[in-house]
Design a binder for this molecule. Structure first.
Ligand code: FNR
Length: 214
């Protein structure tokens, strides 16, 4: 086998495997801070990573009678999770100290029918925004509990918990708080690294082009 030496390296380039993240928000509100947080994430993605945002609007209330022929929007959601994403990003408000029904409902659908859990084995990162002083932290911990049953692999940090959200976004729903942008950027980087690690890939493959025969 040819040895790699200084003299036979004629080119070097870095190869990063592309990653696709699917993001959804636990709020249907047009002016939702959590939706705005997902839009901020699109701007702050690491290189080689894309984020598609899926709107949960239109997913009906869960009905186990419909599991054998799921509503179209649910089929679409399940297929986006399973076939079109490497990782999941959830942005959620906290309702009554827990996860909003809209989000729980969507998760319940995607986890069914038994044995066909679309989330199985997926890496996931979470973030929350609230107008209150705890930023939705309690909803995040209820989500983490669900990930155990769903067999998902959550990123542990940083915890992106946006308290007093009304002060962190401008009139056009743009995230303008520098500290939050910094934490969100780090969370996205950690999600990408974690996803690659779970797939047994190194974050960046260094490829060397060698002069043959030298
Ligand atoms: C809330 N809100 C709220 N906030 C919080 O920090 N803890 C809570 O338990 C609750 N509970 C709650 C219940 C219900 C039914 C509503 C509608 C709201 C306030 C919530 O954080 C705030 O409305 C957020 O702005 C909602 O998120 P979006 O829609 O901006 O993404």
């Amino acid at each position: 086998m040819q040895q790699i030496t200084e003299s036979n390296i004629i080119g070097e380039y870095k190869l990063e495997n592309k990653l696709k993240i699917l993001g959804f928000a636990g709020s249907l509100r047009a002016g939702s801070y959590n939706k705005a947080l997902l839009h901020a994430a699109v701007e702050l993605l690491p290189e080689g990573v894309t984020l598609e945002i899926f709107d949960l609007l239109g997913i009906p209330a869960f009905n186990q009678d419909l599991e054998s022929d799921m509503p179209t929007k649910v089929k679409e959601f399940k297929s986006k999770i399973r076939e079109e994403s490497d990782a999941i990003l959830i942005a959620t408000p906290e309702y009554n100290f827990s996860v909003p029904g809209v989000l729980k409902n969507a998760i319940d659908w995607a986890s069914r029918p038994y044995g066909d859990n679309s989330f199985d084995g997926k890496p996931v990162a979470i973030m929350s925004a609230s107008i209150g002083m705890l930023g939705g932290a309690r909803a995040q911990y209820h989500l983490r509990q669900m990930f155990v049953f769903l067999n998902m692999y959550p990123v542990n940090g940083p915890e992106v918990i946006v308290m007093f959200a009304q002060d962190k976004f401008d009139a056009n729903d743009k995230l303008v708080d520098d500290n939050t942008r910094k934490f969100l950027t780090q969370l996205l980087q950690n999600l990408a690294n974690w996803t690659r690690r779970l797939r047994g890939e190194r974050s960046i493959l260094l490829c060397r082009q060698l002069r043959l025969g030298s």
